[in-house]
Design a protein around this ligand. Sequence first.
Ligand code: SD4
Length: 320
Amino acid sequence: MKTTRRNFLKLSAVAAASLPATSLMASTKTANKPIVISTWNFGMQANEEAWKILIANGRALDAVEAGARVPESDPKETSVGLGGLPDRDGHVTLDACIMDENGNIGSVAGLEHIVHPVSVARKVMEKTPHVMLVGEGALQFALANGFKKEKLLTKESEQAWKNWLKEGKYKPIANIENHDTIGILALDTKGNLSGACTTSGMAYKMHGRVGDSPIIGAGLYVDNEVGAATSTGVGEEVIRIVGCHLVVELMRQGNLPEQACKLAVERIIQKNPAKAKEVQVGFLALNKSGEYGAFCLQKGFSYAVHSDSINQLFDSSSIY
Ligand code: SD4
């Protein structure tokens, strides 16, 4: 069934009526468009940049790119862009993707030496017949398009890696320093949705490992008829269920954003119950009406919301 705005709202109402009161309260956070939402505490600063574009009647696509670039260029953020923690061989390898209201997509994975992988992903989307470039090819493309080659490993992240090497045990850390991948979703004044996602991936991963963040459908998905979703946490578990596509499809079926995120988290538990107890995964979603919500496995996932009526950080509800 094609989801028109009218029957989408009707479906939302039906779904809302069948939810327990607690979920309903948490799931009906609404703000008028424009609105931007993004993952973790650093989402507050990212949203500020995105908001400047949205409030000037700019395009959601430009807003999410501008927002994602904020933690990318902050050397103190150790999970995104410059200053991101390296893989176990000491390489900072970055993953990012972007998706617009027309279903255009661009993505890079395992990109080294470039501070703004989200902007390279956008160039892949706009300037190539492909959707994803990886590793050396992504770097060549970035350099050919005017991006500068830079050293992304800071003194601090190099020291952290050297300390890690003493034991060399790989274990994903949930909610690392309360920031992680940034996923950012926006609805502009024209009612169009876009999203972006950018990360240095799991710290001390194997060289060549790619997570969910640059994979359209896993770390990000946008359907301009329905809504958009993004994820953070252990990418392997998100890829297994094609998480963000699932969240958007659950919204299409009438679930409000938080409920759709919760159902996707429950799918992760169903597929891999033992693992789900140990790791963090969080989903964040925004629908076409400006309703938003999140859900995660472990306590500690926060998300930031900016509209004309709110500029605030929320704690996501969690299973455990
Ligand atoms: C990944 N989801 O590479 C990303 C990064 C992340 O905790 O969120 N790490 O799996």
